[in-house]
Design a protein around this ligand. Structure first.
Ligand code: SAM
Length: 550
């Protein structure tokens, strides 16, 4: 798939990047790839990165020689031991002087040694390194002298190996060691502990430690602050490093670069530019940066920080969930819930982040719809999004130019309403029969029809048909939203939306409790979905918590 849908292209400024060779729809799984090299965080298995204090079945096994490196089981030890010895990591870990001198760069140095080991004769030797700039300027938290010292220890580690007896390896020169170190800084992706798959089922948040990982193909992707590809990781016990998946989150035209984001897309433009320049040694000229720099929205910095901080976890969780293939509809729910929470709490909707957020909601909708094609039903949450987006769209179409739109316009951006309209159009294309039924219900504000729907809900619930329960509940929510939204003569303001959301939630909660007894609550719209009620609980809680600290 990767080779047929994309190709490498030379950049005029040097280096290369990856472009699409055909139109890629949003939501496509472009690639799954294994790590080339991985260095786990402290207290975790050197091979599969599982945190040793939470593993419950096997006994940890230590390296008999350095005693510094641990594996979670004999299986992981067997799979990683030779690599640990042959790359020089074992020797390096034995040197207390080295550990003291390069303590802040020990993980990078180990990853670089592992990369050297994995690169013997392979194309990873040609990975971009920005070596000259990194060795003269350093990177955030890394001084050039520290890089020199780490490279020196790496070279010594390799020098102490009996390399000639391992015929696939070549001794590394001093410049080679520095190059591998710089390749690691330029290309490694950080795997965060809390995005391990199915956290609630697999033993909770933080089961895996953070890790720095190099992937061959992901290293070919350039950066954009509004990327068209996102990535996620899947840990597999016994395997060296997590597997990575790349998925398109927007339609990508043939010839367009495939891009991921190297930085937090929720950070303000100045922060994003600063960190790209400091670590990755380039000035970002992506379309989003250009627009935001030209507009320089006033007051978007400090006033929004607390809001952004809370939202950040939520949006991250939402975009990561896009990869949980059984949980795609839940992803939509999460994204939307975050969005709703933000709107409801009066976040500064003029902030460009609002657009990113609605972009995530849109992406989630696309992925959700893809799965719909494969047999999953559209969740109630999927159309929460639609309702809200249609509400916005309505105001837009009526020429009332809501402040969402006008402020977005002032910043030279496409409006959230446009994002949402795209999302609902996409959904409509893919699930017309379902949506026709929904629209029919929602266009009515007739109490009798509401009652019929309520009866339908109870009936469906008795038949344990979760699909229908979801639909019926959502229909009721829809009616409530419609009433709240339409009862106002004025703008569809955050306050009105908030009221609509509260009404829907209350109504849905009453229905759920009537049907299933106390304790059943729509903490998250995703809980309508039978197949991920448990799996998404924890992430939903995280989102709720994140939202509540806004
Ligand atoms: C992981 S590599 C990406 C592939 C790389 N362009 C190559 O030639 O192999 C990261 C480096 O690519 C360059 N790069 C990535 N995105 C860029 C962008 N949007 N504009 C300019 N340079 C970029 C920077 O030097 C960055 O440190």
């Amino acid at each position: 798939m990767w080779a047929s849908c994309s190709r490498r292209e030379a950049s005029p400024a040097g280096g290369s990047f990856r472009v699409a060779t055909q139109l890629l729809p949003a939501g496509w799984l472009l690639l799954k790839e294994d790590a080339v090299a991985c260095a786990s965080g402290p207290g975790s298995c050197r091979n599969c990165c599982i945190l040793l204090q939470v593993q419950d079945t096997d006994s940890p096994a230590a390296c008999n020689r350095c005693r510094m490196v641990l594996w979670c089981s004999d299986i992981c030890k067997k799979s990683d031991f030779l690599r640990h010895m042959q790359c020089g990591e074992c020797w390096l870990m034995l040197q207390s002087e080295a550990r003291a001198e390069i303590q802040d760069l020990l993980q990078e140095a180990c990853l670089a040694l592992r990369l050297w080991h994995a690169s013997a004769g392979s194309t990873t030797r040609s990975l971009c390194s920005n070596e000259a700039l990194l060795m003269s300027q350093g990177a955030p938290g890394i001084l050039p002298e520290q890089l020199q010292v780490a490279a020196k220890w790496m070279q010594a580690s390799i020098g102490h190996l009996d390399v000639p007896s391992w015929d696939h390896l070549q001794p590394a020169s001093a410049p080679d060691a520095a190059m591998y170190l710089c390749q690691v800084i330029t290309n490694s992706l950080e795997v965060m502990p809390w995005i391990a798959p199915a956290p609630a089922l697999e033993g909770g948040r933080g089961r895996f430690s953070s890790a720095a990982v190099i992937y061959r193909h992901a290293s070919e992707l350039n950066h954009s602050c509004s990327p068209n590809v996102i990535y996620n990781f899947k840990h597999r016990k016994g395997q060296n490093g997590p597997q990575m998946a790349l998925r398109s989150i927007k339609p990508v035209a043939a010839g367009e670069p495939l891009t991921i984001s190297y930085v937090n897309v929720l950070a303000p433009v100045s922060e994003r530019q600063g960190s790209l320049c400091a670590r990755h040694k380039f000035n970002c000229t992506c379309e989003r940066c250009c627009k935001e720099l030209a507009a320089q929205p006033s007051g978007s910095g400090s006033a929004c920080q607390s809001w952004l901080g809370g939202l950040q976890d939520g949006i991250h969780a939402a975009s990561m969930l896009l990869f949980e293939e059984d949980d795609a509809a839940g992803a939509h729910a999460q994204a939307l819930q975050t969005w709703c929470a933000a709107v409801a709490k009066g976040c500064p909707e003029t902030h460009p982040m609002m657009l990113e957020l609605s972009g995530v909601a849109r992406s989630a909708a696309c992925v959700c719809a893809m799965h719909q094609k494969e047999g999953h039903h559209i969740s109630a949450a999927a159309w929460w999004a639609m309702r809200l987006s249609q509400g916005l769209q309505l105001k837009h179409d009526q020429g009332q130019q809501s402040h969402f739109d006008s402020s977005a316009h002032a910043h030279g951006m496409s409006s959230p309403a446009q994002h949402c309209r795209d999302a609902s159009e996409f959904l409509q294309q893919l699930s017309e029969p379902h949506l026709a039924a929904i629209q029919q219900c929602s266009s009515s504000r007739n109490p009798e029809q509401q009652q019929r729907q309520q009866q339908q809900f109870i009936h469906n619930q008795q038949n344990e048909s979760w699909d229908k329960v979801a639909s019926a509940t959502a229909s009721l929510s829809e009616v409530a939203a419609c009433q709240a939204g339409c009862s106002s003569d004025n703008e569809l303001t955050p306050a009105v939306l908030s009221q609509a959301i509260a009404m829907c939630m209350a109504k849905a909660n009453r229905l759920l409790q009537a049907a299933y007894g106390p304790g059943h609550e729509v903490l998250e719209m995703a809980s309508f979905l039978p197949y991920q009620v448990h799996a998404s609980q924890e992430l939903a809680m995280q989102i709720c918590q994140a939202a509540s600290i806004i």
